[in-house]
Design a protein around this ligand. Structure first.
Ligand code: NAD
Length: 293
Protein backbone atom coordinates (compact mmCIF):
# COMPACT_ATOMS: atom_id res chain seq x y z
CA UNK A 1 0.00 0.00 0.00
CA UNK A 2 1.27 3.48 -0.87
CA UNK A 3 1.52 5.52 2.34
CA UNK A 4 1.06 9.29 2.53
CA UNK A 5 2.97 11.25 5.18
CA UNK A 6 2.24 14.90 6.06
CA UNK A 7 4.48 16.84 8.48
CA UNK A 8 8.23 16.33 8.03
CA UNK A 9 9.68 18.08 11.07
CA UNK A 10 11.98 16.77 13.78
CA UNK A 11 9.84 13.63 14.18
CA UNK A 12 8.22 13.18 10.77
CA UNK A 13 11.49 13.06 8.83
CA UNK A 14 13.04 10.08 10.65
CA UNK A 15 9.67 8.30 10.75
CA UNK A 16 9.46 8.59 6.95
CA UNK A 17 13.00 7.26 6.64
CA UNK A 18 12.06 4.18 8.68
CA UNK A 19 8.95 3.56 6.57
CA UNK A 20 11.11 3.80 3.42
CA UNK A 21 13.69 1.44 4.94
CA UNK A 22 10.89 -1.08 5.56
CA UNK A 23 10.15 -1.00 1.81
CA UNK A 24 7.03 1.20 1.72
CA UNK A 25 6.34 3.63 -1.10
CA UNK A 26 5.87 7.07 0.53
CA UNK A 27 4.25 10.24 -0.81
CA UNK A 28 4.95 13.32 1.35
CA UNK A 29 3.72 16.87 1.89
CA UNK A 30 4.92 19.73 4.11
CA UNK A 31 4.52 23.51 3.82
CA UNK A 32 8.30 23.95 4.24
CA UNK A 33 10.08 22.92 1.04
CA UNK A 34 13.43 22.22 2.73
CA UNK A 35 11.66 19.68 4.97
CA UNK A 36 10.26 17.94 1.88
CA UNK A 37 13.67 17.98 0.18
CA UNK A 38 15.23 16.33 3.23
CA UNK A 39 13.29 13.09 2.58
CA UNK A 40 13.24 13.08 -1.24
CA UNK A 41 16.90 12.01 -1.30
CA UNK A 42 15.91 8.83 0.60
CA UNK A 43 13.31 7.85 -2.01
CA UNK A 44 10.08 9.59 -0.91
CA UNK A 45 7.93 11.23 -3.61
CA UNK A 46 6.48 14.74 -3.28
CA UNK A 47 2.80 15.77 -3.50
CA UNK A 48 1.50 19.30 -3.99
CA UNK A 49 -1.23 19.21 -1.30
CA UNK A 50 -2.75 17.02 1.44
CA UNK A 51 -5.66 16.34 -0.96
CA UNK A 52 -3.25 14.93 -3.56
CA UNK A 53 -1.61 12.74 -0.89
CA UNK A 54 -5.03 11.36 0.07
CA UNK A 55 -6.09 10.85 -3.57
CA UNK A 56 -3.13 8.56 -4.19
CA UNK A 57 -2.78 6.71 -0.87
CA UNK A 58 -4.86 4.15 1.02
CA UNK A 59 -3.23 5.15 4.28
CA UNK A 60 -2.22 8.69 5.32
CA UNK A 61 -0.14 9.54 8.39
CA UNK A 62 -0.01 13.06 9.84
CA UNK A 63 2.74 14.32 12.19
CA UNK A 64 1.94 17.98 12.83
CA UNK A 65 2.40 20.41 15.74
CA UNK A 66 -1.10 20.78 17.25
CA UNK A 67 -4.88 20.48 16.84
CA UNK A 68 -5.35 23.53 14.52
CA UNK A 69 -2.65 22.23 12.13
CA UNK A 70 -4.26 18.78 11.95
CA UNK A 71 -7.70 20.33 11.42
CA UNK A 72 -6.34 22.51 8.57
CA UNK A 73 -4.55 19.60 6.91
CA UNK A 74 -7.43 17.13 7.24
CA UNK A 75 -10.58 19.26 7.12
CA UNK A 76 -9.37 22.42 5.34
CA UNK A 77 -9.30 23.52 1.71
CA UNK A 78 -7.24 21.09 -0.38
CA UNK A 79 -7.12 18.93 2.73
CA UNK A 80 -7.00 15.17 3.19
CA UNK A 81 -10.78 14.75 3.22
CA UNK A 82 -11.10 16.55 -0.14
CA UNK A 83 -8.95 13.91 -1.79
CA UNK A 84 -9.81 10.83 0.28
CA UNK A 85 -11.53 7.80 -1.23
CA UNK A 86 -14.03 5.80 0.82
CA UNK A 87 -12.17 3.35 3.09
CA UNK A 88 -8.98 5.42 3.35
CA UNK A 89 -7.25 5.16 6.71
CA UNK A 90 -5.92 8.25 8.51
CA UNK A 91 -3.47 7.80 11.38
CA UNK A 92 -2.82 11.08 13.17
CA UNK A 93 0.44 10.63 15.10
CA UNK A 94 0.62 14.28 16.23
CA UNK A 95 0.14 15.10 19.92
CA UNK A 96 -3.12 17.06 19.96
CA UNK A 97 -6.13 17.59 22.24
CA UNK A 98 -8.21 14.40 22.63
CA UNK A 99 -11.36 16.42 21.94
CA UNK A 100 -9.87 17.55 18.60
CA UNK A 101 -9.12 13.91 17.68
CA UNK A 102 -12.77 13.07 18.33
CA UNK A 103 -13.99 16.01 16.18
CA UNK A 104 -11.67 15.08 13.31
CA UNK A 105 -12.65 11.40 13.52
CA UNK A 106 -16.33 12.39 13.32
CA UNK A 107 -15.73 14.43 10.15
CA UNK A 108 -13.71 11.52 8.72
CA UNK A 109 -16.52 9.06 9.45
CA UNK A 110 -18.95 11.26 7.47
CA UNK A 111 -16.65 10.71 4.45
CA UNK A 112 -16.24 6.98 5.31
CA UNK A 113 -12.59 7.55 6.22
CA UNK A 114 -11.36 5.58 9.25
CA UNK A 115 -9.17 7.34 11.76
CA UNK A 116 -6.86 6.40 14.64
CA UNK A 117 -5.09 8.84 16.95
CA UNK A 118 -1.61 7.44 17.57
CA UNK A 119 0.72 9.94 19.27
CA UNK A 120 4.22 8.88 20.21
CA UNK A 121 6.73 9.22 23.01
CA UNK A 122 10.49 8.90 22.83
CA UNK A 123 11.59 12.03 21.02
CA UNK A 124 13.91 12.41 18.07
CA UNK A 125 16.48 9.72 19.06
CA UNK A 126 13.78 7.04 19.24
CA UNK A 127 12.15 8.32 16.05
CA UNK A 128 15.54 7.84 14.37
CA UNK A 129 16.00 4.34 15.84
CA UNK A 130 12.40 3.34 15.09
CA UNK A 131 11.81 2.61 18.77
CA UNK A 132 9.04 5.08 19.60
CA UNK A 133 6.32 4.18 22.12
CA UNK A 134 3.02 4.55 20.28
CA UNK A 135 -0.32 4.97 22.09
CA UNK A 136 -3.41 4.38 20.01
CA UNK A 137 -7.10 5.32 20.15
CA UNK A 138 -9.87 4.26 17.78
CA UNK A 139 -11.34 1.07 16.40
CA UNK A 140 -9.48 -1.97 17.79
CA UNK A 141 -9.74 -4.03 14.59
CA UNK A 142 -8.34 -1.12 12.59
CA UNK A 143 -5.49 -0.88 15.11
CA UNK A 144 -4.70 -4.59 14.57
CA UNK A 145 -4.72 -4.05 10.78
CA UNK A 146 -2.11 -1.25 10.88
CA UNK A 147 -0.08 -2.41 13.88
CA UNK A 148 2.79 -3.79 11.75
CA UNK A 149 3.14 -0.45 9.96
CA UNK A 150 3.20 1.37 13.32
CA UNK A 151 5.91 -1.01 14.51
CA UNK A 152 8.22 0.05 11.67
CA UNK A 153 8.37 3.39 13.53
CA UNK A 154 8.09 2.18 17.12
CA UNK A 155 9.08 -0.66 19.42
CA UNK A 156 5.65 -0.72 21.06
CA UNK A 157 2.12 0.14 19.96
CA UNK A 158 -0.46 -0.10 22.72
CA UNK A 159 -4.21 0.09 22.16
CA UNK A 160 -5.61 2.55 24.75
CA UNK A 161 -9.35 2.78 23.90
CA UNK A 162 -11.71 4.75 21.68
CA UNK A 163 -10.64 7.71 19.51
CA UNK A 164 -8.91 10.34 21.67
CA UNK A 165 -7.58 7.76 24.13
CA UNK A 166 -4.17 7.80 22.45
CA UNK A 167 -3.91 11.54 23.03
CA UNK A 168 -5.23 11.30 26.60
CA UNK A 169 -2.44 8.79 27.26
CA UNK A 170 0.07 11.15 25.64
CA UNK A 171 -1.11 14.03 27.87
CA UNK A 172 -0.48 11.83 30.92
CA UNK A 173 3.01 11.16 29.54
CA UNK A 174 3.69 14.88 29.01
CA UNK A 175 2.54 15.80 32.53
CA UNK A 176 4.98 13.25 34.00
CA UNK A 177 7.88 14.35 31.76
CA UNK A 178 7.37 18.07 32.52
CA UNK A 179 7.21 17.57 36.29
CA UNK A 180 10.29 15.32 36.12
CA UNK A 181 12.38 17.87 34.21
CA UNK A 182 11.40 20.62 36.64
CA UNK A 183 12.26 18.41 39.65
CA UNK A 184 15.58 17.47 38.05
CA UNK A 185 16.44 21.16 37.45
CA UNK A 186 15.47 22.07 41.00
CA UNK A 187 17.56 19.22 42.47
CA UNK A 188 20.69 19.85 40.39
CA UNK A 189 20.57 23.56 41.27
CA UNK A 190 20.24 22.64 44.96
CA UNK A 191 23.42 20.57 44.63
CA UNK A 192 25.27 23.33 42.77
CA UNK A 193 24.31 26.03 45.29
CA UNK A 194 25.35 23.69 48.13
CA UNK A 195 28.81 23.28 46.61
CA UNK A 196 28.32 19.67 45.44
CA UNK A 197 29.19 18.88 41.81
CA UNK A 198 25.87 18.21 39.95
CA UNK A 199 27.73 15.78 37.65
CA UNK A 200 28.56 13.64 40.68
CA UNK A 201 24.99 13.90 41.97
CA UNK A 202 23.74 12.60 38.60
CA UNK A 203 26.28 9.72 38.66
CA UNK A 204 25.34 8.83 42.24
CA UNK A 205 21.55 8.81 41.92
CA UNK A 206 20.80 7.70 38.37
CA UNK A 207 20.72 4.01 39.35
CA UNK A 208 18.52 4.63 42.44
CA UNK A 209 14.82 5.31 42.91
CA UNK A 210 15.05 8.85 41.48
CA UNK A 211 16.67 7.57 38.28
CA UNK A 212 14.51 7.72 35.14
CA UNK A 213 14.58 7.81 31.37
CA UNK A 214 13.95 11.55 31.67
CA UNK A 215 16.95 11.96 33.99
CA UNK A 216 19.23 9.96 31.67
CA UNK A 217 18.17 11.99 28.63
CA UNK A 218 17.97 15.47 30.15
CA UNK A 219 20.60 15.69 32.92
CA UNK A 220 23.50 15.42 30.41
CA UNK A 221 21.96 18.27 28.39
CA UNK A 222 21.67 20.50 31.47
CA UNK A 223 25.18 19.57 32.60
CA UNK A 224 26.72 20.37 29.20
CA UNK A 225 24.55 23.40 28.44
CA UNK A 226 23.34 21.83 25.17
CA UNK A 227 19.71 22.80 24.68
CA UNK A 228 19.33 21.93 21.00
CA UNK A 229 15.84 20.40 20.49
CA UNK A 230 14.82 17.53 20.90
CA UNK A 231 11.45 18.55 22.10
CA UNK A 232 10.83 22.27 22.01
CA UNK A 233 9.51 24.28 24.97
CA UNK A 234 6.82 25.74 22.65
CA UNK A 235 5.50 22.24 21.90
CA UNK A 236 5.55 21.23 25.56
CA UNK A 237 3.54 24.35 26.50
CA UNK A 238 1.04 23.24 23.86
CA UNK A 239 0.76 19.78 25.46
CA UNK A 240 0.43 21.12 29.02
CA UNK A 241 -2.20 23.59 27.85
CA UNK A 242 -4.12 20.69 26.25
CA UNK A 243 -3.72 18.72 29.51
CA UNK A 244 -5.05 21.60 31.63
CA UNK A 245 -8.01 22.17 29.28
CA UNK A 246 -8.80 18.46 29.37
CA UNK A 247 -8.43 18.45 33.16
CA UNK A 248 -10.94 21.30 33.41
CA UNK A 249 -13.34 19.41 31.14
CA UNK A 250 -13.21 16.13 33.05
CA UNK A 251 -12.77 17.63 36.55
CA UNK A 252 -9.20 16.47 37.25
CA UNK A 253 -6.91 19.04 38.97
CA UNK A 254 -3.38 19.60 37.59
CA UNK A 255 -1.59 22.00 40.00
CA UNK A 256 1.91 20.64 39.28
CA UNK A 257 1.33 20.86 35.54
CA UNK A 258 0.13 24.46 35.87
CA UNK A 259 3.25 25.43 37.84
CA UNK A 260 5.65 23.90 35.29
CA UNK A 261 3.69 25.44 32.42
CA UNK A 262 4.17 28.89 33.99
CA UNK A 263 7.94 28.25 34.13
CA UNK A 264 7.90 27.35 30.43
CA UNK A 265 5.81 30.42 29.54
CA UNK A 266 8.35 32.56 31.39
CA UNK A 267 11.16 30.96 29.34
CA UNK A 268 9.23 31.51 26.11
CA UNK A 269 8.90 35.20 27.02
CA UNK A 270 12.72 35.21 27.31
CA UNK A 271 12.92 33.97 23.70
CA UNK A 272 13.69 30.34 24.55
CA UNK A 273 10.57 28.68 23.10
CA UNK A 274 12.54 26.90 20.40
CA UNK A 275 15.03 25.38 22.86
CA UNK A 276 14.76 21.85 24.22
CA UNK A 277 12.46 21.44 27.24
CA UNK A 278 15.55 20.55 29.32
CA UNK A 279 16.07 24.36 29.28
CA UNK A 280 13.57 24.49 32.18
CA UNK A 281 16.87 24.46 34.11
CA UNK A 282 17.39 28.02 32.84
CA UNK A 283 14.36 29.11 34.86
CA UNK A 284 16.25 28.06 38.02
CA UNK A 285 19.44 29.58 36.66
CA UNK A 286 17.63 32.89 36.24
CA UNK A 287 16.20 32.75 39.79
CA UNK A 288 19.58 31.99 41.38
CA UNK A 289 21.97 33.81 39.06
CA UNK A 290 24.03 30.56 38.93
CA UNK A 291 24.45 27.93 36.25
CA UNK A 292 24.01 24.19 36.81
CA UNK A 293 26.97 23.53 34.49
P1 NAD B 1 8.15 20.18 14.16
O1 NAD B 1 7.68 21.55 14.43
O2 NAD B 1 9.60 19.89 14.06
O3 NAD B 1 7.46 19.61 12.79
C1 NAD B 1 6.15 19.90 12.39
C2 NAD B 1 6.11 19.85 10.88
O4 NAD B 1 4.76 20.11 10.45
C3 NAD B 1 6.99 20.91 10.21
O5 NAD B 1 7.78 20.32 9.20
C4 NAD B 1 5.99 21.90 9.64
O6 NAD B 1 6.46 22.57 8.49
C5 NAD B 1 4.83 20.97 9.32
N1 NAD B 1 3.56 21.67 9.16
C6 NAD B 1 2.99 22.60 9.98
N2 NAD B 1 1.80 22.99 9.48
C7 NAD B 1 1.62 22.30 8.33
C8 NAD B 1 0.58 22.26 7.35
N3 NAD B 1 -0.50 23.05 7.47
N4 NAD B 1 0.72 21.42 6.31
C9 NAD B 1 1.82 20.63 6.19
N5 NAD B 1 2.85 20.60 7.08
C10 NAD B 1 2.74 21.45 8.12
O7 NAD B 1 7.48 19.26 15.28
P2 NAD B 1 7.93 17.80 15.77
O8 NAD B 1 8.91 17.95 16.89
O9 NAD B 1 8.25 16.95 14.59
O10 NAD B 1 6.55 17.32 16.45
C11 NAD B 1 5.44 16.86 15.68
C12 NAD B 1 4.41 16.33 16.65
O11 NAD B 1 4.98 15.24 17.40
C13 NAD B 1 3.95 17.36 17.70
O12 NAD B 1 2.59 17.19 17.99
C14 NAD B 1 4.81 17.03 18.91
O13 NAD B 1 4.21 17.43 20.11
C15 NAD B 1 4.91 15.51 18.78
N6 NAD B 1 6.10 14.92 19.43
C16 NAD B 1 7.32 15.50 19.29
C17 NAD B 1 8.42 14.91 19.93
C18 NAD B 1 9.81 15.52 19.84
O14 NAD B 1 10.67 15.14 20.66
N7 NAD B 1 10.06 16.42 18.92
C19 NAD B 1 8.26 13.75 20.69
C20 NAD B 1 7.01 13.16 20.75
C21 NAD B 1 5.92 13.76 20.11
Amino acid sequence: MKIGFIGLGIMGKPMVKNLLKAGHEILVFDIVQSHVDSVLEFGAKEASSPAEVAKECGLVITMLPNSPHVKTVVLGENGVLEGAKEGMILIDMSSIAPQASQEIAKACAEKRVKMLDAPVSGGEPKAVDGTLSIMVGGDKDLFERVKDILLTMGSSAVYCGKVGAGNTTKLANQVIVAANIAALSEALMLAKKSGVDPNLVFDAIQGGLAGSTVMNAKAPMMLSGNYQPGFKIDLHIKDLNNAIETGHTVGSPLPLTAAVMEMMINLRADGLGQEDHSAISKYYEKLTGSTIR
